[in-house]
Design a protein around this ligand. Structure first.
Ligand code: FAD
Length: 565
């Protein structure tokens, strides 16, 4: 019998009961439910999206404070089983040890957890995300004889050993649905929107939650423990709306997204061998090298955690001369809008009113001049990106004359003034919408500038090349990474500095937990999902009250392994 239900088929005003209720069926919620599957506690997973739903939801829309460089709130979030993993790029990166430590020069830094406590959970998260063995060092993945990222590099100020790994990208809804359906202690209700958290009169526990399948059709859910896993913004929104977890006015503050941009080019000495493309490990999982700054160098420079990596040049600018990038730009209207937006971006300088036509002509010229190479690229791309289960993550192209563009991904410093609050308006279900006032600080951009200067100096010292840096682009062109919603219900040792404790339990409430990036007290440079999933595994152990290792994931069969290789 299927235990995946459609909320529209439930009797009206029904009260559902379970020992653990999980609100939200994205990577966080699915991992939790999956880890609790087969255990002694009954679990109810409440997911707002319905089967087949793909797009963003009007419910997510909200307001953006004036002058905040934050994308609209409907972008970068998906309402369906699997949540935003139906859209993600699959880049999997663990936080670095120093990300968990208090750093005197990063205000409000430090987690109630250490990196070594997280390591086992990261291994479990690597299995859930299908991103490989869990090692993130080239020297371990390929052995000591691995080709260097840059031949002849010998500067200890920049680390070339750490890599990022890539998931298939795994859609958690598709990948784990059958397991949830099979688990006799887990029920999943789709199309069920949690609209209100209702505490008991003494406000010590959550008494029940109110849910709806549409604005006129409501029901109730009661449980011993409630986990908010509705995404970095929605979990915070539900707590703000119920005025829960906000005794010290910390809820919604410290909002971070990561900053990203493209502001430099590296020119290598002629003949220098550079590994810039996506590589595969023994399990055929894609990984990619990058430049990172060792923790002692970060400390010496009092800088945030920033990485730099080779990426194609600004795609919108036809001056790159690449028929492949020009074809991508011309076909951007066929892409998902979350990706098309970045592809069309021309950096912080913007475009004049007539420049659109000039660009289109330039791109058309590149395509016409490079037809033969474009055809062979398209055939290879179709095979490795569209047809393969484990997809080539992105294009990796060498620049002309040994020149490469650099992207940066950077930590944001926790800032209490960067925050989300409730807007004056409500959605169709009566839930107050969010007002987002995302801020980027001088310390954030200084960290990015320092990382670029450190690499430029290292290139100079090694004599392997040089670098041009557009400092104005860093100062004025850094963007919030869409889809990374970090810090608004931060984890801390005590309630004076955070909203949840080290187990994700809301301070002052006995039975409410938050799972997801809202609980990260600092953001690292790393994409959040691997850490979200690692923390969800850890929370499952806490909720199950059991000792030992995380539950095994149903093994990928040899057949399936072949499919995703
Ligand atoms: C274009 C894009 C690319 C990305 N690429 C990467 C990447 O390469 N690497 C990486 O680490 N991360 C990436 N991310 C981010 C990644 O998708 C998120 O970190 C991840 O999905 C968060 O998981 P989650 O379970 O916390 O939240 P979500 O995935 O947002 O899931 C939350 C779920 O809760 C449901 N929900 C919300 N409100 C309610 C409610 N009131 N009641 C019931 N259910 C509710 C939603 O419908 C949704 O299914 C990307 C995001 C985007 C948009």
């Amino acid at each position: 019998m299927s235990v995946i239900l459609d909320a529209r088929q439930l009797p009206e005003k029904i009260c559902l009961e379970a020992e653990v209720v999980i609100i939200g069926g994205g990577p966080a919620g699915i991992t939790l439910a999956h880890q609790l599957a087969g255990g002694p506690r009954s679990v109810l997973l409440i997911e707002a999206g319905l089967d087949g739903a793909k797009g963003p939801s009007e419910r997510f829309e909200g307001e953006i404070a004036q002058a905040s460089r934050h994308p609209t709130l409907g972008l970068y979030r998906v309402e369906r089983l699997g949540g935003t993993s139906g859209l993600w790029g699959g880049r999997c990166v663990p936080f670095d040890p120093q990300d968990f430590e208090p750093r005197a020069y990063v205000p409000h830094s430090g987690w109630p957890l250490t990196f070594s406590e997280m390591q086992g959970w990261y291994r479990a998260a690597s299995r859930y995300t299908e991103s490989g063995s869990g090692s993130f060092l080239v020297s371990e993945i390929m052995g000591p004889d691995a080709a260097a990222m840059i031949e002849g590099w010998n500067d200890p100020g920049i680390d070339l050993d750490a890599v990022e790994r890539f998931s298939c990208p795994t859609d958690f809804g598709t990948r784990y649905r059958a397991d949830l359906d099979r688990a006799s202690n887990v029920r999943t209700v789709l199309g069920a929107i949690c609209t209100k958290l209702v505490p008991d009169p003494g406000r010590q526990t959550i008494d029940h939650i109110e849910c709806a399948s549409d604005p006129g059709r409501r029901f109730t859910v009661r449980a011993q423990s409630y986990v908010l896993a509705a995404g970095g913004l929605e979990s915070t929104r539900l707590m703000l709306a119920a005025n829960i977890g906000n005794d010290r006015d910390l809820l919604g503050r410290f909002y971070m997204c990561h900053v990203e941009g493209k502001a430099a080019e590296v020119h290598f000495k002629r003949g220098t061998r550079v590994t810039f493309q996506y590589e595969r490990d023994a399990e055929r999982v894609y990984f990619r090298r990058r430049f990172s700054i060792p923790s002692e160098v970060q400390r010496a420079n009092k800088m945030t955690n920033v990485i730099l990596r080779f990426e194609p040049p600004v795609i919108a600018d036809p001056a790159h001369g690449s028929p492949i990038l020009s074809a991508m730009w011309l076909s951007r209207t066929f892409l998902k809008r979350e990706y098309a937006r970045k592809l069309a971006s021309f950096g912080y300088r913007g475009l004049g009113p007539t420049e659109g036509w000039r660009l289109a002509a330039g791109h058309a010229g590149n395509v016409l001049a490079g037809m033969p190479s474009l055809f062979s690229f398209a055939a290879d791309w179709a095979r490795r990106r569209w047809l393969a289960q484990r997809k080539l993550p992105y294009v990796a192209l060498a620049g002309r004359n040994s020149t490469f563009s650099l992207d940066y991904n950077a930590e944001q410093v926790p800032n209490p003034e960067s925050r989300v609050t409730l807007a004056g308006s409500t959605d169709a279900f009566g839930v107050p919408r969010l007002l987002v006032d995302w801020r980027i600080s001088e310390q954030d951009t200084e960290g990015v500038l320092t990382a670029h200067h450190l690499l430029a100096r290292a290139l100079d010292r090694t004599g392997l090349g040089g670098m041009t840096i557009d400092e104005e682009a860093i100062r004025h062109g850094a963007n919030a990474i869409g889809g990374h919603h970090v810090g608004t219900a931060r984890m801390a040792d005590d309630p004076t500095s955070g909203v949840v404790d080290g187990d994700g339990k809301v301070f002052g409430l006995e039975n409410l937990y938050v799972s997801g990036s809202a609980t990260f007290p600092t953001s690292s440079h790393a994409n959040p999902t691997l850490t979200i999933v690692a923390l969800a595994c850890r929370m499952a152990k806490h909720l199950a009250g059991r000792r030992g290792h995380p539950a095994e994931i149903h093994p990928v069969t040899a057949d399936a392994r072949k499919r995703i290789a």
